[in-house]
Design a protein around this ligand. Structure first.
Ligand code: BES
Ligand code: ZN
Ligand code: ZN
Length: 501
């Protein structure tokens, strides 16, 4: 889909749909944005069908009596509600436009950005968020559909134009919004790909092409290299699978003396649970267990495009399958993680922490980062704790935790912090090794975080558990069913706004 800016008066537009946003007034009738639909809108308001409430949409068909002039096919009014305008309001509004555009099979759409600037929300913010909502809400994954279905109820939008006041500001904010949402869509594509296509070696293909395209450095560790480095976590998890694991490293370097941010993403391309096998119902969804890896690489795409001046960024994605093959890890096995810590594997389904631990320990040792963020679909327990509305955040550093929380809030990917501490770490005591890979049934997301903490030492670190927010989190108009691509925009918000203190 193309997204452009439009400089002529919106009334001249003759595409498939013209969109206006309408704020809900405290009292009385919402303002009519286009004289061609005045009567119809008044009728809808009188009938109580359209008041400008958040998410409300009114589709109208304008008519120019007696004139042969070509006019736009449809006018869509989208309600913004009464709340104070916010970034999230416009992402959602953009998503609603995309949904309505698809359901009417509109191919060309013009969106008129509203003139409701405030100190907290500039017209650039509005355009950036509208762009995000429009692109993210139009996302479709059709790669494996071989035929057009005549009964298909949704169309594919070809082009969306955005009209607003400040043309140069509009262009800049649209570019920002476009880059981050295209990266989110790239992460969604990776997650939608089936496990038989998106294997650990595919992460390597993606990393290398990213590096080539944006002049980054990519290095892929294969099995031999992992053996040399004693990465027993990822090697152990991959034992049951015919697919070789990969550790994918993508580096962005400024060439200056600036801080380094290390990103680690869980790239488990299919999680059957291994010998501690999962129940079969819903197991197919475990192709999404690589969403953390997808998120950090997708973020690297934008970092490669924008090349921040004050920050080096390194992304590491440990990638593996978790299958119960003949050489698979067995409950009770003891492995040695990168760096030498031994782990008794009580449950082979708690594999994410084993591969992420190797990547964290390796990344900390090799790149001496100033901050570390890992993103992982780590625990089902986080869904019990927070539902599907917030990502779990665990951290050993209040300042970094606050920074990430603020970035997450701003990008509409809210997080909620859970505690860490000795009392939780105790649950991981093993009688035969340094650590067990699971605690007891309580506080599962915290013990998973406590496990990872063992591998970052004192470096400021944030762990984002996205198991509940990465997949089928369909509560928002700009997040269709399937993968959300969560994490990408939080990382970008943080990087774009990074301040070296
Ligand atoms: N990949 C899963 C976590 C998960 C659950 C992701 C639901 C997305 C949706 C992870 O590897 C896992 O299986 N964790 C176990 C840990 C347990 C054995 C301690 C879990 O959450 O059940
Ligand atoms: Zn698992
Ligand atoms: Zn997993």
């Amino acid at each position: 889909m193309d997204i452009k800016h439009y400089t002529k008066p919106p009334e001249h537009y003759v595409g498939d749909m013209l969109v206006y946003f309408v704020q809900q007034p405290e009292k009385g009738v919402p303002k009519c944005p286009d004289s061609r639909i005045k009567l119809m809108m008044q009728g809808a308001v009188k009938a109580g069908d359209f008041l400008g409430k958040e998410g409300q949409a009114l589709l109208l068909y304008p008519e120019l009596r007696g004139s042969r002039k070509k006019i736009v096919k449809r006018i869509l009014l989208v309600g913004l509600g009464k709340d104070e305008p916010s970034r999230e309001m416009f992402r959602k509004a953009g998503g609603t436009v995309a949904q309505r555009g698809q359901s009417t099979k509109s191919q060309k759409i013009l969106v008129k950005a509203p003139d409701i600037e405030s100190k907290k929300l500039t017209s650039s913010d509005i355009c950036e968020c509208l762009t995000e909502g429009l692109i993210l809400g139009s996302y479709q994954f059709r790669k494996y559909k071989t035929k057009e279905d005549p009964d298909e109820e949704t169309g594919t939008i070809k082009e969306i134009s955005l009209a607003g006041k400040d043309v140069s500001g509009l262009r800049r904010s649209m570019t920002r919004g476009r880059r981050s949402s295209e990266a989110v869509c790239a992460a969604r594509d990776m997650a939608n790909e089936p496990g038989n296509f998106w294997t650990p070696s595919h992460f390597a293909v993606f990393s290398r092409s990213l590096a080539k395209k944006y002049n980054l450095r990519a290095r892929v560790l294969g099995k031999a290299e992992m053996k040399r480095l004693h990465m027993g976590g990822i090697l152990g998890v991959a034992q049951g699978s015919a697919q070789s694991p990969t550790v994918n490293i993508v580096e962005y370097r400024t060439g200056k003396k600036v801080p380094t941010l290390l990103l680690v993403g869980k790239g488990l391309t299919f999680d059957s649970g291994g010998i501690s096998i999962k129940p079969s119902g819903g197991m197919h969804d475990m192709k999404m267990d690589m969403c953390g890896g997808a998120a950090v690489l997708a973020a690297m795409q934008v970092i490669g495009q924008e090349k921040p001046k004050n920050l080096d960024v390194v992304a590491i994605v440990p990638a593996s399958e978790n299958l119960p093959g003949p050489s698979a890890l067995k409950p009770g096995d003891i492995i040695t993680q990168y760096g030498g810590k031994t782990v008794e594997v009580i449950n082979t389904d708690a594999e994410g922490r084993l591969i992420v631990a190797d990547a964290l320990a390796y990344g900390v040792k090799k790149f001496t980062p100033d901050a570390v963020i890992d993103v992982a679909t780590l625990t089902g327990a986080i869904i019990v704790a927070l539902g599907h509305h917030r990502t779990g955040l665990l951290s050993n550093d209040d300042t970094l935790a606050e920074k990430v929380t603020a970035a997450a809030e701003k990008s509409g990917e809210p997080v909620w912090r859970l505690p860490l501490g000795k009392e939780y770490r105790k649950q991981l005591k093993s009688t035969v090794a340094d650590l067990k890979n699971i605690g007891n049934r309580t506080g599962g997301s915290i013990t998973a975080g406590a496990f990872l903490q063992e591998f970052v030492g004192e470096v400021p670190w944030v762990h984002l558990d996205i198991a509940g927010t990465a997949w089928n989190f369909t509560e928002k108009p700009y997040i269709p069913k399937g993968p959300s691509g969560t994490g990408v925009r939080t990382i970008l918000e943080l990087v774009r706004d990074w301040r070296n203190k």
